[in-house]
Write a protein of this length. Sequence first.
Length: 494
Amino acid sequence: MNNKCFFAVDLGATSGRTIIGGLADGKVVLEELTRFDNNLIEVNGHFYWDIYALYFEIIKGLKVAKQKNKEIASIGIDTWGVDFVCVSEDGAVNQPLAYRDPHTFEAMDDYLANVMSREKVYGVTGIQFLNFNSIFQLHAMRKAGNSALKNAKKILFIPDALSYMLTGEMVCEYTIASTAQLLDPRTKRLDSGLLASLGLDESHFGKMVNPGDIIGILTPEVQKMTGLGAVPVVAVAGHDTGSAVAAVPAKNERFAYLSSGTWSLMGIETKNAIINKVSYDRNFTNEGGIEGTTRFLKNICGMWLYERCRKEWTDAPKSHSELIAEAMQKPAFQSLINPDDAMFANPSSMVEAIQSYCQKTNQHVPQGYAEICRCIFDSLALRYRQVFSYLKEMADFPIEVLHIIGGGSLNNDLNQFTANSCGVEVLAGPQEGTALGNIMVQAKAAGEVKDLWDMRKVIANSLDLRRFSPKDKGMWDEAYEKFLKIVNNNNLKY
């Protein structure tokens, strides 16, 4: 990588990192600079994010880049969705409440019962219902008389708040705003009716910007702290999933994606939002993407099941590969679960929850880590097939390939199971999708690539994608019928 590079801040709900990337010979190269924890702070019964600690870590990463003599062309920030910062009249940044705060537990039901109906909210936004969506957080804060909200001049989503701290400019980036359940994807603006129901209007938010727009340049104080000059901060896809999907190395629009990690997000990229009774009944969501696209997707409980079980397995091999190899020796499909059943959301024991589900549905109760691991992988692949079948019904184009991105793309056994189950060619990679998408939007803003498909071509040239072709169709068809009977008998609605 040459000295000229793009600086990406990639923040998740448990950790963050700063990365630099650049283009050379038609390929993109990444280098991680710093990695750090993102900790929740509990004070007086509430949970907050430490926005100032995150700002400090960004400054620290910029200093490291300067020490390495890197010429930073621009800076971009992506984070998790829905959370926001209240900025006071004097410009002070208040510590933001976290989406895990218990103040949202009853807020959604209260809003939908007493303010606006579920059907009307979905009809405007096309966003799936989650109790911690921004709309319900704001409703809870308003009812509680939250002083930060009451005195807020502006409400800034997390990447926008950090960009404000770097530049002094207040904006509202489209993809992160789309997670709030306040935005109409057809007009691509915050909906005045929903805002009014919260005692707000558009003036409470920054100027709407899109991925690739320049937000501003580093303030004099940030320049002094870091030793850098007037570096521009670029609006990337501020929502991390938006950045990840931008990095899907697809050749054309006829693809679906599976962002695979602790949670799985399966969807398609469309030109227009899909908002109808079927998408409402199946709780699909429409979130903003690059170049005006929509990410039509569904959340699926992913490797969370496996990760939680691993913490309980005291006798399991330390190596993932050894554990999975043992699981692959166990009989297929003898125990199946619905990964999205509410009982798996956050049980005290995931192992016991899985065993209880199998016992309740009159199946073989898996014993030991290998049988439980096999149960998880079989079940995830079959749930992927169910959601994939919904996508094929609702897409206005044939889906020819499924791209798996994120950390889960390294799991070759689950990748093969997914190809077998869905009956579609699977391409796995990249693992670092979010960082790549962030970097490539900055490269587009700098004129180094021309559009989204040019971005994807560069990313594809930079990777060795692993291909998985469907096998054992009859066996997987039979297993899917068994899965549907178990799921339908256990009252899964979508």
